[in-house]
Design a protein around this ligand. Structure first.
Ligand code: GUN
Length: 286
């Protein structure tokens, strides 16, 4: 069994990005600039935005974080998005989700110019991805593809079973694995006999948000197991009062898998690098 080490792979990709930025600047090109909008004070969202800011700094990108109170109206937020759409200094924009309940996320994500939509959530980017055309890919599926490619995992003709059908992971992941010549199944909460599907998988991608949902007994000997889950589970012995749990029961799956991602240190750092790659691509696509 080999660990799919997201920490290590993301570090080497970040180093490549850093070198590209140095070259870009030396040749008089623009420094990639990512803007993030954060509305309210959700703990996890503040952590994620802080991490994105730090990642940008490390690779030499410019970054701007715009923080607004939870009472911000939808129209006020739309006006801020429009300002950034029209600001040539800014190449990529993300609006951190979830947003307060009174704001319709769909209206906001669709208001972001698809040319700056480095989250890849805009319907235009979704359509371009569907057709295999140049676009911004959602960061997690993009990062997972990079991870599989790094370890030269053969995908052609393999059966990939994706557990979860979210717009940001399950659905786009299915399209990307199809483009990598996999036979793809998507399982979800209404799937009957989900275990039988997982059992047939050469590659399992678990993105259901249920801690330790995929057990060793469900997988095939030699399967590749990718764990997208990061549920915060209370742990009084931990420094911040919680521990991150994946969607995969690691110990039992590691006994049978050929490759497996740990949590943390697997998919998480690859998601972060996916966003950086998109921001760099935002400059290249201009
Ligand atoms: N909230 C949780 N994940 C994401 C993400 O990938 N992008 C944005 N904008 N918000 C999120």
């Amino acid at each position: 069994m080999q660990i799919l080490n997201g920490n290590e792979v993301s570090k080497s990709i970040r180093e490549q990005i850093k070198q590209e930025v140095i070259k870009l600047k030396a040749s008089g090109g623009k420094t990639p600039h990512l803007a993030a909008i954060l509305v309210g004070t959700d703990g996890a969202s503040m952590t994620y935005v802080g991490a994105k800011e730090k990642d940008c700094m490390e690779v030499g990108f410019d970054s701007t974080v715009l923080r607004f109170p939870a009472t911000t109206t939808e129209d006020e937020l739309l006006a801020e998005v429009e300002k950034i759409n029209n600001n040539p200094e800014i190449d990529g924009l993300i609006v951190q989700l979830p947003l307060p309940k009174h704001i319709k996320e769909k209206r906001i994500t669709e208001a972001i110019s698809y040319k700056k939509d480095v989250d890849g959530f805009h319907p235009m980017n979704v359509g371009l991805m569907f057709k295999g055309l140049p676009c911004f890919l959602p960061a997690t599926p993009f990062g997972i593809v990079k991870l599989l490619e790094h370890y030269k995992i053969d995908t052609t003709g393999k059966h990939c079973v994706i557990v979860g059908r979210s717009d940001i992971v399950g659905k786009p992941m299915s399209i990307l694995m199809l483009q990598k010549n996999c036979t793809v199944s998507i399982c979800h909460s209404k799937t009957t006999d989900i275990e039988a599907h997982i059992q047939r998988a050469d590659i399992v991608i678990a993105a259901v948000g249920i801690p330790e949902f995929v057990k060793g007994s469900m997988i095939k000997e030699g399967a590749v197991v990718v764990d997208v889950g990061i549920t915060r589970v209370e742990d009084t012995t931990a420094k911040n009062g919680f521990r991150l749990k994946g969607d995969v029961e690691y110990a039992s799956c590691a006994e049978k898998a050929s490759f497996i991602t740990p949590v943390p240190g697997g998919v998480g750092p690859m998601t972060r690098v996916g966003l950086l790659l998109n921001t760099l691509n935002a400059i290249k696509m201009k």
